[in-house]
Design a protein around this ligand. Structure first.
Ligand SMILES: Nc1ncnc2c1ncn2[C@@H]1O[C@H](COP(=O)(O)OP(=O)(O)O)[C@@H](O)[C@H]1O
Ligand SMILES: [Mg+2]
Length: 222
């Protein structure tokens, strides 16, 4: 699902965020990417999403050379992936249901179909009693579950999450991971960047360790 060949990322100003990274993640895997702050976790995820371009090497995702995508196809590329950020990025003036349903808008589904699928995604994260509220009234854990419903409603082949439990207490973090595991069990490849060692310990999944932009440990399936 993901292949990185000799990938480097150098930011303007000279910081080498990634240095000759080689990595393979198979379809259907659930992997953590960990390492200290500044190790390059977010940079790696941003390359997959084509939010950044590699300075060297090749990034292949689902058979696509991501760096070779024409700029005009980048929005469509991102829509095909499930993305969960630490800061949720919810739309404040849309209800929970609308926040999820609008993702399907661009895919040309009927309004009825959008709402039905959005409701099902909200039910999967146990937010179906909150469909008509605005994000501001939701708790941190509920907001994150809403963000996850939105990320998976289009049934992406790949779910990418950057510190998805960073703002949540440990019990909620475990709950979010349970959802990711369910999504993974339905066939979605899941890649989670986190510096939360307790969480990784509890989950017992392949863990890739980054240090100063290089792979310290590529991890293995437990
Ligand atoms: N947009 C940017 N411009 C310049 N340097 C950056 C940028 N983004 C990240 N960096 C630097 O790249 C390195 C890796 O950062 P990052 O990928 O965010 O690591 P992590 O997510 O593991 O904390 C750090 O030294 C960081 O300061
Ligand atoms: Mg980061």
């Amino acid at each position: 699902m993901i292949r990185l060949h000799d990938v480097s990322k150098k930011y303007p100003g000279g910081v080498m965020a990634l240095n000759d990274v080689n990595l393979e993640i198979e379809r259907g895997e659930f992997v953590f990417i960990t390492g200290a702050s500044g190790a390059g976790k977010t940079s790696l995820l941003r390359l997959l999403l084509r939010q950044e371009l590699a300075s060297g090497g090749q990034v292949l995702v689902n058979g696509q050379d991501v760096g070779a995508l024409p700029r005009s196809r980048v929005p469509q590329w991102r829509r095909g992936l499930g993305i969960v950020f630490q800061d949720f990025k919810l739309i404040p003036r849309k209800t929970a249901l609308e926040n999820v349903a609008y993702v399907l808008n661009v895919a040309g589904h009927s309004r009825e179909e959008q709402r039905r699928r959005a409701y099902n995604a909200l039910r999967a994260v146990e937010l179906h009693h909150r469909v008509n509220v605005l994000p501001e009234v939701l708790s941190g854990g509920e907001k994150q579950r809403l963000a996850i419903a939105r990320a998976v409603v289009s049934e992406p082949v790949l779910l990418i999450a950057d510190e998805p439990t960073g703002n949540l207490d440990p019990d909620l973090a475990v709950e979010i991971m349970r959802l990711f595991r369910e999504i993974n069990a339905r066939g979605t490849t899941v890649v989670v960047a986190t510096h939360d060692r307790d969480l990784i310990q509890r989950m017992q999944r392949r863990t890739i360790v980054l240090e100063n932009g290089t792979i310290l440990d590529p991890g293995k399936k437990p």
